[in-house]
Design a protein. Structure first.
Length: 363
């Protein structure tokens, strides 16, 4: 009895529409292995053993052993397993974010690693088209349809068509120009500079033997002085980068310490208090002296005959005496009074006096 044949998809055909279960496949495998053992026993009885194939038909023995190895190798897996799914690349829109170079690498990796996820070339083309949008998809649309006059035949043609639009034909030339003018900035760490250096060196296709001397020439003067004593013994660009990385870390720590010391020295210190007497205080003012000086500078009141008349007897009496309407003292008027406050003054008297003085100022 021959073992049950398998289809090209790796699944055992079933008489019904129901797919065979794992237990059914294992049972069929055990039956096939038992039949192979029976055939082996019959061959040994007939003298046709694998160790002595000259006494019988060697082809039968060879086929039998190959069939046994095939069944033993497939006993652990009844059906093939698909590859782990690679993350989908971002949508390509205008070649800026993401850039076409990055998108191209990701789409190629996806189609290569997960090739078992796509059953046909058309499926691969559909996937590439689905990972585009905006202007990028507009570039593919005229040739994507099967009804186009010159339709795409594969996903490689679609990617190549986008490359003809978004890839810079002078990419290497421009990269070499940027690589030539590249210099490490004084405020830049060597880690950041190394990233820019290697990126431009790869785009400009700089030979490996030129990387070490070019890297040394593009370092800051401070870092060049630090690496110069050991530079003659360095053989490769990788070794030079390792030395520069270690030296740059040390220089950064020294610079940070110097900056801290400068900040500490420039910080103003609080003034210390002493018990010495204060000599810059202003002498206290004498209110009585100021009042006397104000009264002496006050112009004299007009004679009694020329004094104005008031309806208020109290006001008329103070006016005749040449006294202040506020405090009742002679020698000054209410607006120049310094001894009385507005609360104790007769507000009406003060207002009348101000009106009187304003009338005198008019021509």
């Amino acid at each position: 009895m021959a073992p049950t044949a398998k289809s090209t998809t790796g699944r055992t055909p079933a008489s019904s529409a129901t797919e065979p279960t794992q237990g059914d496949l294992q049972e069929e495998l055990l039956v096939a292995q038992a039949e192979i053992e029976m055939l082996r026993a019959q061959l040994r009885l007939a003298g046709q053993t694998p160790q002595d194939p000259s006494q019988g038909s060697p082809e039968l023995v060879t086929v039998l052993e190959a069939l046994a190895q095939r069944l033993d190798g497939s006993s652990g897996a009844s059906r093939p397993q698909r590859s782990a799914k690679v993350i989908d690349p971002p949508i390509l829109t205008n070649g800026t974010d993401p850039t076409f170079d990055h998108w191209k690498l990701q789409i190629q990796d996806k189609l290569e690693v997960n090739s078992d996820h796509f059953s046909s070339i058309r499926a691969r083309m559909v996937y590439v088209f689905s990972r585009t949008g905006g202007d990028a998809q507009s570039h593919l649309s005229p040739r994507y349809s099967s009804e186009a006059s010159d339709p795409f035949q594969s996903d490689e043609e679609m990617v190549a068509h986008l490359a003809s639009i978004y890839e810079d034909p002078y990419k290497v030339q421009n990269a070499r120009h940027s690589y030539k003018s590249l210099m490490m900035k004084p405020s830049e760490t060597f880690t950041d500079f190394r990233t820019r250096f290697l990126h431009l060196a790869g785009q400009a296709r700089i030979p490996d033997e030129d990387l070490a001397p070019d890297l040394f020439d593009k370092l800051t003067l401070e870092l060049q002085r630090a690496v110069l004593p050991m530079y003659p013994d360095i053989q490769t660009a990788k070794e030079l980068m390792q030395r520069c990385q270690a030296l740059d870390q040390g220089l950064q720590r020294i610079k940070a310490r110097v900056d801290r010391n400068k900040t500490r020295d420039q910080t103003p210190r609080p003034a210390t208090t002493t018990n010495s007497p204060v000599t810059d205080r202003k002498p206290p003012t004498n209110s009585q002296t100021d009042l006397q000086a104000t009264r002496e500078n006050t112009p004299a009141r007009p004679p009694l005959g020329l004094r104005p008349s008031y309806n208020n007897p109290k006001k008329q009496q103070l006016s005749d005496q040449g006294a202040c309407f506020s405090c009742g003292q002679k020698g000054h008027i209410a607006r120049d009074c310094l001894t009385a406050t507005v609360k104790t003054a007769d507000v009406s008297l003060i207002q009348d006096e101000l009106v009187e003085d304003q009338g005198k100022d008019k021509p």
